[in-house]
Design a binder for this molecule. Sequence first.
Ligand SMILES: Nc1ncnc2c1ncn2[C@@H]1O[C@H](COP(=O)(O)OP(=O)(O)OP(=O)(O)O)[C@@H](O)[C@H]1O
Ligand SMILES: [Mg+2]
Length: 352
Amino acid sequence: MTTRVNSESLINSLRDLYGETVTCADIRGYCASNGVSYPTVTKYLDDYKTSRGKWNLSLQEKLEQTYQAPPGLPAAEQNLIPVKDDTFVSFGNFADIKKIIKSNLFYPTFITGLSGNGKTFSVEQACAQSRRELIRVNITIETDEDDLIGGFRLVDGATVWHNGPVIEALERGAILLLDEVDLASNKILCLQSILEGKGVFLKKTGKYITPAEGFNVFATANTKGKGSEDGRFIGTNVLNEAFLERFPVTFEQEYPTPAVEQKILASICGEVEFCKRLVDWADIIRKTFYDGGVEEVISTRRLVHIVKAFGIFGDKAKAIQVCLNRFDDETKQAFMDLYDKVDSDVDFVEEA
Ligand SMILES: Nc1ncnc2c1ncn2[C@@H]1O[C@H](COP(=O)(O)OP(=O)(O)OP(=O)(O)O)[C@@H](O)[C@H]1O
Ligand SMILES: [Mg+2]
């Protein structure tokens, strides 16, 4: 009968049978009685080999080898300052976000608001303008300690510690952006001490990481971490109260005013009149949305999609139509009817 082996059980069995020092004769004996092949066993023991035909199974030695092992990928000496985007227009909370970043203080900041109104973009551009490094982590329900803090990775047969993005940001004194944090599960609570500005103890390596100067955390979310009552934001979770309490300030990000939004679109599209009509249209839809008249809303992102589609197709009606196809038929029709009211020059093609 053949036995399936795994590294931990194998080492424990060998240690029980032969003690810390194991020879090739011991391994042959083990293979014969367990129906495993000699190369399989010795492959698992690679890290413990001390000389030809000899292995030392003491745990400490294994750990020392692990910690001294070179990082799996060279710690990239890359510049993490985001690139300035000429199309960015400052509005709303941007000045405050920038002030917080420029202060170099540790001041966790939560930004909440509907989708596509510039939450992520504003943190990115505030870092770009302040020449500060940014590490953005997109949070999902699957995000865990290993993704955030780091863990051991297998590199060329050796286990090697890899810093996660949070440790990287702590050590670099970078801005850490926990993007869409309300999608997180309770596994995000591994960040509690970090959100107190205290750094973190890496249980797996026995090392304490203190935050370098300038380290700060921003979190963005479509909700305030209390779930999404109307079901608009599927997948959002109720975040732990103590987690939310660690953010001293919360900014409520609104859609830009029509004047600002027009500027945003004009930096992408030369047709000023078209941009103006689109912005007026989005403004009416948003007001109707807030009054409960429609269930969907046109975001700044979607307006940008439309002017970009116009740049590609050179056809206004088509640009609007293809960008509205993501909505259900009823909403799409309602949005097109509203557009007709602000711009009678555009004729939508009737769909078969
Ligand atoms: N201030 C701005 N200046 C120029 N463009 C902007 C601005 N704000 C938003 N936009 C446009 O809207 C798009 C969406 O912005 P962003 O990704 O920051 O939204 P968000 O609020 O993070 O959305 P989500 O909640 O869906 O993550 C940007 O890619 C950009 O095209
Ligand atoms: Mg975002």
